[in-house]
Ligand binder design. Structure first.
Ligand SMILES: [Zn+2]
Length: 203
């Protein structure tokens, strides 16, 4: 069993870094508002705008690349560290529905709960969120990077949406992040098995 840390201790622990201090990164944590599929604020009063410093460094590298490619643009973080207790609340909302495949079951846990995953999109120089073809947490196939060619051919998403996603993926790749096949907004820092074995779980 790997180590754990209470979410309340993250802000005072040097292993974790507040994302608001990273240039080119903006925050709009959707689980800290009612604007999410649970329909309520799951984070307050806890500040979840943190990642493990390894992941925060990777995000800074991605933001640097983006600033060179698109001056004035920013990475907009939609979710970062997600305490295990919140993962359990999200699971309670989706368990037993066909949507549960989008969520790691609590016993396995999410890479977000190690501060090593991020949900992110892009903002242009005017601060406008780019259109990725679906909103964040749109839990259907239009969000699946694995189906983009088919979705494009069927007209379910447009060429511009894929170009925007490609730019996001290129920026994230520069920092060493890996996307997944089912959510255009989700990226892991490092290998999932290694993260679960090496990093502390945030409770
Ligand atoms: Zn995610």
């Amino acid at each position: 069993m790997s180590a754990t840390i209470p979410a309340e201790s993250v802000a005072g622990n040097a292993d974790y870094r507040p994302l608001a201090t990273i240039e080119g990164v903006r925050l709009d944590l959707r689980y800290a508002s009612p604007d999410n599929f649970a329909g309520r604020d799951l984070y307050s009063p806890l500040d979840c705008g943190f990642l493990h410093r390894d992941a925060a460094g990777a995000l800074a590298a991605s933001a640097d690349w983006l600033a060179r490619e698109r001056p004035g643009w920013a990475l907009l973080v939609l979710d970062a560290m997600r305490p295990q207790r919140v993962q359990e609340q999200l699971w309670a909302v989706l368990a037993g529905t066909e949507l549960e495949r989008y969520l790691a079951p609590p016993e396995r846990g999410s890479i977000h709960s190690f501060g090593m995953a991020v949900d992110v999109t892009l903002c242009d120089a005017s601060g406008r969120e780019l259109d990725m073809g679906t909103p964040f947490d749109c839990l259907d196939e239009r969000s699946h990077p694995a189906y983009e060619e088919r979705l494009l051919a069927a007209g379910a998403i447009g060429r511009g949406h894929v170009e925007n996603r490609d730019l996001l993926r290129a920026a994230m790749r520069q920092g060493g992040w890996h996307g997944i096949s089912t959510e255009w907004w989700h990226f892991d820092c490092g290998d999932r098995m290694a993260v679960r074995a090496t990093y502390a779980r945030i409770l």
